[in-house]
Design a protein around this ligand. Structure first.
Ligand SMILES: Cc1cc2nc3c(=O)[nH]c(=O)nc-3n(C[C@H](O)[C@H](O)[C@H](O)COP(=O)(O)OP(=O)(O)OC[C@H]3O[C@@H](n4cnc5c(N)ncnc54)[C@H](O)[C@@H]3O)c2cc1C
Length: 284
């Protein structure tokens, strides 16, 4: 099926894009970045915007740089740009490793990090990454700029707290310490498919024991979330099978898994146990 008719706009500055969003507010204007989610949704008529505001001509949104110990990811930074470490920090290696699990090469060359956050698929690798690492999202409208945590941005299944007149201009993620360890594991039926469950973990070691543990789980609930219970099982423990198994069990016990055509809630809970354990094992 082809998408319904829409008007196309190609602003070259953020203020111009924001003005279009405000003035066309009554006619369902939508930002288009990589188009890798929006265009299929339009083809299926799940989205019928009256106006597409294409931000690809706004060069100010294409940068990726380190500022004040944070990696700043502009709204036009594509998945594929993370293929080689974008920064000499474990964060660069983490983003490169995770990126290779997103979709397929053609989608990675167009789809954007910030577009993934705005789309809010519960199985998005970047949504999981942003929540686990406490990313801050810079959002602009003609009313001003606000910073929102990834946790507060993601409201549920394909749903965010973005207002219709707002654009994500960049995402900021704190660099990880040089000795940080991370692990990622996802389960999907075929390579490139959305994950049925996945986990991202990070921690540091002090005096042989785990500190600053972060355990994120995605694909299992309506949005990715950190498991405080799993983190409590890790902090202060020696890294190894016993602590990892305890954390995996705690994460599985704490989820309220989605049930769908692919998997029952019980099956997904089991998957959570497996992906958390394997992500932690990967971090050794
Ligand atoms: C076959 C297939 C497989 C895929 N597999 C995966 C996968 O395994 N994992 C995964 O994470 N993703 C997957 N995707 C989705 C892909 O990663 C998309 O690129 C991503 O979800 C959205 O990024 P985008 O830049 O393409 O956004 P677009 O499609 O342009 O936009 C998506 C939504 O976000 C809004 N939006 C975009 N940018 C902004 C912004 N800066 N500010 C405000 N709103 C904005 C748009 O208005 C729209 O509502 C897959 C897609 C396809 C087609």
């Amino acid at each position: 099926m082809k998408s319904p008719l829409f008007s196309y706009h190609a602003p070259v500055s953020v203020p111009e894009a924001l003005h279009l969003l405000t003035t066309l507010a009554d006619e369902d204007p939508r930002i288009i970045a990589g188009g890798q989610s929006l265009v299929p949704m339009m083809a299926f008529r799940m989205a019928q915007p009256g106006h597409l505001i294409d931000i690809n001509g706004i060069s100010a949104l294409s940068g990726i740089e380190v500022q004040d110990n944070e990696l700043c990811i502009g709204a036009l930074v594509r998945h594929a740009q993370f293929g080689k470490a974008v920064v000499q920090s474990p964060l660069g290696s983490l983003l490169a490793y995770v990126m290779h699990h997103i979709a397929h090469a053609p989608i990675r060359t167009r789809g954007t990090f910030c577009g993934s956050l705005a789309h809010a698929d519960p199985a998005s690798e970047w949504c999981l990454t942003a929540v686990t690492l406490g990313a801050k999202i810079e959002v602009q409208s003609e009313r001003g700029t606000r910073i929102v945590s990834a946790d507060d941005l993601l409201a549920g299944l394909m749903s965010t707290t973005l207002e219709p007149d707002e654009i994500i201009v960049r995402t900021r993620i704190s660099l990880l310490p040089q000795d940080a360890r991370f692990g990622f594991y996802e389960f999907s039926r075929r390579p490139g498919d959305y994950a049925m469950a996945m986990s991202l973990t990070a921690y540091e070691i002090e005096d042989g024991r785990i500190v600053n543990a972060r355990v994120g789980v995605g694909g299992a609930e309506d949005r990715p979330r950190r498991s405080e219970a799993a983190e409590a099982e890790l902090n202060g423990k020696e890294p190894g099978k016993q602590a990892f198994m305890a954390a995996a069990n705690a994460a599985a016990a704490g989820v309220e898994p989605m049930e769908d055509i692919q998997a029952s809630a019980d099956y997904r809970r089991d998957l959570v146990r497996v992906v958390v354990r394997r992500a932690l094992e990967h971090s050794l």
